[in-house]
Write a protein that binds this ligand. Structure first.
Ligand code: PLP
Length: 360
């Protein structure tokens, strides 16, 4: 019996892509598939978007290598750029489009010859203060890069928004103004929007947008779900009941005896635990979907199992399907139970969870 399983709906992925592309008709959508496509499987996602996404983005060279080995030949942006001279040569050979975010990376690029032309993206620090050049450094770095043998003209510009998920913040306006001021006189393609900007800021439309989480049907906006945004959750994390037990009032369940039943009930044991990436810190009361309703998680999540209170009158039986998150049970709400965001739960699923692809 297959228990812990992530069912990935590729038709939902494509519908989300089309919806996002419709939000920004003037921009090329770069499908962000770093982190193994946020846990969904980067090769399968790239293949499913064939004919739609004309460019992909990953964080690190090894992630791009996996895509190339598996026959993905579309342009790939390397969001943090290269981390050594060797990687710089390999990125050129793989026809990647590296971001350039520090002077060391520029020095490595000076040693790449004209035989392997590269589209580069100069990163401007408009306020995230994590990677990139200060606005006043951009003109000189741009001039230097443009003089290199390998560099395809014109060089592009990228920046990243730090608070686009907070609708009331004015940080996005501030960053947008700096981005425009810094790039306007230099020319070249530009890219600023992440999922949050794509969903809420139709005014941020440059040559390329970079949606990640929204492609997977999850909302980046605080307090909202993918369904609220008109998206379809792509992943359903499901498993099975492996035991149903009569449980008496006052008895504890699981490690540490952190929960005791207030009445006689039935406890369902689900094959899903922190060994699958379902957080051990998930509190009692977290909703878990089974047979058309939600029931509360009770007791401590263990490595391979968790327990739910099915209720005294329940008719659920061994083998019944349980949904930990998915369209019926939004991952954003589950994540909020442990003070995190859907991104983290999706990406931390372990190898043990079987990935099943539907609707190719
Ligand atoms: C991860 C990432 C994105 C995508 O962000 P989402 O919030 O998932 O849309 C875009 N740009 C950069 C530079 C990133 O690192």
């Amino acid at each position: 019996m297959i228990t812990a399983e992530a069912v990935i709906d590729l038709a939902a992925l494509r519908t989300n892509f089309d919806y996002l592309a419709g939000q920004q008709p003037l921009s090329q959508m770069v499908a962000v598939i770093k982190g193994n496509a946020y846990g969904h499987g980067s090769v399968a996602v790239a293949q499913a978007l064939k004919g739609k996404a004309t460019c992909f983005a990953v964080a690190r060279l090894e992630e791009a290598r996996v895509l190339r080995i598996n026959g993905i030949d579309a342009p790939i942006m390397l969001l943090e750029g290269c981390f050594s001279q060797e990687e710089t040569h390999e990125a050129a050979a793989m026809k990647l489009e590296p971001v350039v975010q520090n002077d060391q990376q520029i020095e490595w690029l000076s040693h790449v010859d004209a035989a392997t032309p590269m589209q580069l993206w100069l990163k401007i620090d408009t306020g995230m203060h994590r990677l990139g050049f200060a606005p006043e450094q951009i003109a000189s770095r741009h001039q230097l890069l443009s003089s290199f043998a390998c560099v395809v003209d014109p060089v592009g510009f990228v920046s990243h928004l730090s608070q686009a998920d907070e609708i009331d913040s004015n940080q996005t306006d501030y960053q947008l103004a700096i981005f425009k001021d810094t790039t306007e006189a230099l020319g070249g393609p530009r890219s600023l929007a992440n999922s949050a900007a794509l969903l809420t800021r139709p005014d941020i439309q440059f040559e390329r947008s970079r949606p990640g989480i929204a492609l997977y049907g999850s909302s980046p906006m605080a307090g909202r779900t993918g369904v609220d945004e008109g998206l379809i959750p792509v992943m359903t994390l499901r498993s099975k009941l492996i035991a149903v037990r009569e449980h008496q009032q006052g008895e504890p369940v699981g490690y540490g005896a952190i929960w005791h039943s207030k009445s006689d009930t039935k406890i369902g044991v689900v094959a899903m635990g922190y060994g699958d990436g379902y957080p051990r810190t998930m509190p009692s009361g977290t909703p878990i979907w089974i047979n058309g309703r939600t029931v509360p998680l009770v007791g401590r999540v263990s490595m391979d199992m968790l327990t739910v209170d099915l209720g005294a009158e329940s008719a659920d039986k061994v083998g019944d399907e349980v949904v930990l998150w998915g369209p019926q049970n939004p991952v954003e709400k589950i994540a909020a139970q442990v003070g995190t965001i859907g991104y983290e739960l999706l990406i931390q699923l372990t190898e043990r969870v079987k990935r099943t692809y539907i609707n190719y």
